[in-house]
Design a protein around this ligand. Sequence first.
Ligand code: C2E
Ligand code: MG
Ligand code: MG
Length: 686
Amino acid sequence: MANANRDTDSLFQAILDRCPIGIAVIDYNGLYLTVNPAYCAIYGYTQQQMRGNSFKMIFPPADQQSILERHQRFLEFGGDLRGEWPVRKSDGTSLTVLSESVRFSPLGGKADRLVYVLDITDRKQAQEQMKIAAAVYESSHEAIVVTDADNKIISINPAFTTLTGYQFDEVKGCNPGEFKSGRHSSFFYSEMWRVLNETGLWIGEIWDHHKNGNDFLKALTITLIKDVKGNVIKHVGMFSDITLRKEHEEQIWRQANYDATTDLPNRHLFQQKLEQVARSIKRTERVMALMLIDIDNFKAVNDSMGHRAGDILLASLARRLFNALPEDGTLARIGGDEFAVIITCTNQPCKCENVAKNLLESLSNPFNIEDESVFVSASIGISIYPTDSENLEELFKNADQAMYSVKNSGRNGFSYYSPALHNAALVRMRTTNDLRVALREGQFEVYYQPIATLATGKIAKAEALVRWHHPTRGLVSPDEFIPLAEESGLIVPLGNWVACQAIDQLARWQQTYDANFKMSINLSPVQLRSQDFVDMTWVKELKRHGLLGNSVIVEITEGLLLNAENRVNENLHLLHQAGIQIAIDDFGTGYSSLAYLRKFNIDYLKIDRSFVADLDGVGYELCLAIIAMAHSLGVLVIAEGVETIQQSQTLARIGCDHIQGYLLSRPLPADDISRFLSGCSDVLVN
Ligand code: C2E
Ligand code: MG
Ligand code: MG
C-alpha cells in the first residue's frame, strides 16, 4: 500500500514536471505550496523563488489586494475564477495568461487552490493585429478585392462597392477580368500577368468598367499570396479611382503645352516636337522644313479694335492656317502674332513651297471680326533641316532671317533661307549699330526736292529727304536705313531732327523766296504710333519760327490708315488741329481705299512713281482714275518721279495739280536748292 502511494506520488511529480501547462497550488493565504517548471517558466522565476511566496508577486501592485480577496472568497464560497489576466514576469514584462482554478481540501482544513495557467500573450497580440487588419479592410478608402487560386473573387471590402458600384453578391465567384473596359490591348494584360507571376507584384494604372457603364481609371496594386510550397493561393488587388486626378493632370499639362486662344501647341511643345522630328529624320533621307509665320500688321488690328477682337482674329486665322496644312504638318503659336510650322518631305525641292502658298492663300479672304472686314496677310520664312543647319537654334534664326526678308520686300509672301540672306542680316545688324551713333555724330543731312504747281509752273513746295553720310560706306540710301531705324525705334529722334531741320529751312525760304512756300516732311508709321508723338516737338518749332501750321505737309503711307489704331487717329487729329496738312505717299501701291481718304481728312495724294513711269501703258488710266477720284473728294494730287517733259505734259492734261521728280531736280542739299529757287521762277514749259 505504502509502495502504491509512493508510485502514485512519483507519477504525479513526473506529470507536474513535464506538463507544458503551468500548474500551481496556492493556500488560503495566497502562498505557493507547489509550482511546476512550466508555471515558473511562464513567470521567469525558479521554483525556490516562488514556493512559500505570495501569488500576488505575479500581479501588478495595483491589482494585488483585490486579487487576494477574490482568491480567498473563491476558497471560502466557491464561484468562478476562470479568466484572462494581465500579469508581470520577473523582469517586469507584461503577459496575458489564461487560468482556471479548482478548490480542493486535502486534509479537511482550509481549502487550497489548484491553478492551471497558459501564456496566451502571443495569441492575444495576434488577435489584436487581426482586429486592426479587419478594421482597416472595412474602413479603407482603397478598394480591396481578394481572389482565390483560380482568380475568383472571394472577398471585397466596402470601398470596393463604393468605387465599382458592385455588391459582394454580384461579384462573388467572378473573375476581375470581367470588369475590363476594352481600352487596353491583350498585350497589356499578358504583360501584367507576366510581371505579377515573376515578381509577385504588379503596380500600374488600368481602365476598368464601373457598374454604371462608365469607364474609370484605377491605380492598382496586385499582390500574390503563396503557400509554403510556393503555390499561389490568393490574389489581393487594391485600387483607388484616379480618373479625376488624371483629368486634372491632363488639364495642367494642356495649360503648360497649349495656347488657350488658338488651341494650338505653344512654343514649349513646338520645341519638343521640333527636336523629336529632327531626331526621327536623322536616320532617313527626309528633310524637315521649319516655317516661321508672322502676321503682317497684326498689332494695328489689336490696337484699333482691342485685344478681344485681336484674340478672335488670332483664333480664326489659326484655324485657317491649320486647315491649309498637310495632315502630317504641325502648327503652333509661338508668340503674339507668330506661328510656326513643321513639315517633313522626301523629295528635293520639297513640298513646302506649295504649303507656304496654301497658308498665304488661306488668309487672303477678309475675316469678319465684330461686323468689320479685317484683312491680314503673313510673311513666311523657311529653313530646311539639316540642309541649312543641323542646329535647331540656328534653324530658327535662319527661318527668322528669311521671314524678315519677306517683311522687307513688301510682306505677304514667303522666302527660303539662303547664305546671302544671312550676310544681309549681318549687314543689317551692323548698320543698325552704326545708326545708333550716326545721329550723335551728325552724319545725317537733309536734302530737298522741289515740287512744282502745274497750273502756274512755280516751285511752291519741297520735300525733305534725309541722307546718311556713313563714315566708311559713303552715302547710304534711306530705303536701306529707314526700315532699320523704324525697327530699332531710332526713327523717332531721327524723324524729329529731320523735321526741325526742314522747318528751319522752310522759315528761310519763306523769307527769301516765297512767303507761301510749303515743306513736305515724311512721317514714319512708327512715329505716329509712338507715345512721344503728343510732344510734337517740331510743331512747337513751327510756332517758334512764327510759321503757320498749313505751311507743312506730312507724308504718311496708306498702310498706316488701314486698320488704324486709336493712337494713330489721335495723333493725326493733333496734326489737323495744328493746321498741318496730310499727304498719302506712294499712293496706289498699297490697299488704296476711298473710305479712309474721307475718314481722315486727307489733303494730298502722291501718285507713286511707278504709275508715272508707266504713263504710256496702264499707268495712264490709273493716274486718270486717281486724279478724278481725288478731286471728287477735294483732295489735291502730286505726281512723284516725273522725269520727262512728256510725263509732265500728260499729267497737266489730265488735271494733276503738282509734280515732283528729276525733271525739276534731284533731291539736293539746301544751298543747291536755294540757288535753284532763286535762279528759276518758272521752271515748267507747258
Ligand atoms: P518718298 O517719300 O516716296 O520719296 C521720294 C523718293 O523718290 C526719294 O527717294 C526721291 O529721291 C525719289 N525720287 C524723286 N524723284 C524721282 C525721279 O524722278 N525718279 C526716281 N527714280 N526717283 C525719284 P529717297 O530720297 O531715296 O527716299 C526714299 C524713301 O525714304 C522716301 O520715299 C521716304 O519714304 C523715305 N524717307 C526719306 N527721308 C525720310 C525721312 O526723313 N523720314 C522718313 N520717315 N522717311 C524718309
Ligand atoms: Mg515722301
Ligand atoms: Mg513717295
